[in-house]
Design a protein around this ligand. Structure first.
Ligand code: 5GP
Length: 191
């Protein structure tokens, strides 16, 4: 399906809202089975993971015997492509509560080269949580620069720049209920 979003760019649906909901449901069941009645602190990464965490945490809340997580948030910004590949990530917002001694689950929107998640996992691990796992809705495994462990993956995305369901292009497209490939006027996928 193709949707004309503006005269300059177009988007092509990659994952429908239904496919995303099914993936979130699968992730919630796997997480619920692993944590059972244990306390769970979700740390979601803003802004991209805002819809993932809201749907995932409510899916967990409706599973019998599943964890009733508490929510906290971090925000990071990666620099431009050159500095990103050096692993430079800037912390814009830290968690409100200490994670020491907690079962922490990082919830991320998408992993590409892995440097952002590598930074976050290292930072949180240094704070002595009881356990640390990562759930990511979209995995793009094609250009990894950092070896990151993903414990729960929703969907494997194509090797393209995707938007929607929290993911932006220059702050636009976040509120789309589906995930789409963003194609620039040149006909190429955005980067
Ligand atoms: P990484 O450090 O793994 O390359 O990238 C992680 C961050 O880059 C994500 O949290 C997201 O903000 C951004 N990113 C990576 N791939 C995409 C993509 O296909 N679309 C969008 N909108 N952002 C992406």
């Amino acid at each position: 399906m193709q949707t004309r979003e503006s005269s300059a760019e177009r988007i092509e649906v990659v994952f429908t809202a239904e496919a995303i909901a099914a993936a979130i449901d699968r992730m919630a069941r796997a997480i619920a089975a692993d944590y059972a009645e244990a306390d769970l602190r979700i740390v979601a990464i803003l802004k991209g993971a805002m819809f993932v965490v809201s749907d995932l945490s409510r899916a967990l809340a409706t599973l019998p015997g599943g964890p009733r997580p508490t929510l906290d948030f971090m925000a990071v910004s990666s620099y431009g492509n050159d500095t990103r590949s050096s692993g430079e990530v800037r912390l814009l917002k830290d968690t409100s509560e200490s994670v020491e001694g907690c079962n922490v689950l990082i919830v991320e929107d998408i992993v590409d080269n892995g440097l952002t998640l590598h930074y976050l996992q290292g930072l949180l691990r240094s704070r002595a949580p009881k356990s640390l796992k990562t759930a990511v809705l979209l995995d793009k495994p094609y250009r990894r620069l950092a070896d990151v462990r993903l414990d729960y993956v929703g969907l494997v995305a194509p090797d393209a720049f995707v938007v929607g369901y929290g993911l932006d292009y220059q702050e636009r497209y976040r509120t789309l209920p589906f995930v789409a490939n963003l194609i620039l006027p040149s006909g190429e996928s955005a980067r």
